[in-house]
Design a protein around this ligand. Structure first.
Ligand SMILES: [Zn+2]
Length: 97
């Protein structure tokens, strides 16, 4: 089935096209989203490590068992905390519905 898409840029109606035939503007939302995700992933990959990341990396790979132990202890606490928050949100969301 053919579907008409209105170009938001030049207001031309396009028949089943991913790109506007007049101005070549991207009309397909799925492609647009994919491109956005790719750009985001690239940004994330090229991001320079900040002080916190470096600190965590150091602690995680420390040669002292105690330091690594403290890291995993805090990591477990954080994990449990997120689980509790998720359950809380689920209960709140289920309530009024
Ligand atoms: Zn257009």
């Amino acid at each position: 089935m053919a579907s008409l898409k209105l170009c938001p840029k030049c207001h031309t109606w396009n028949n089943d096209r991913d790109y506007c035939e007049k101005c070549n503007h991207l009309l397909n939302h799925e492609i647009a989203r994919k491109i956005e995700v790719e750009i985001q992933e690239e940004k994330e990959a090229n991001r320079e490590l900040d002080a916190v990341d470096i600190f965590i990396h150091k602690v995680k790979n420390s040669r002292f068992l105690l330091v690594r132990g403290v890291y995993y202890l805090f990591y477990s606490i954080w994990f449990i905390y997120t689980v509790i928050v998720s359950i809380g949100v689920a209960i709140i969301a289920a309530g009024p519905g």
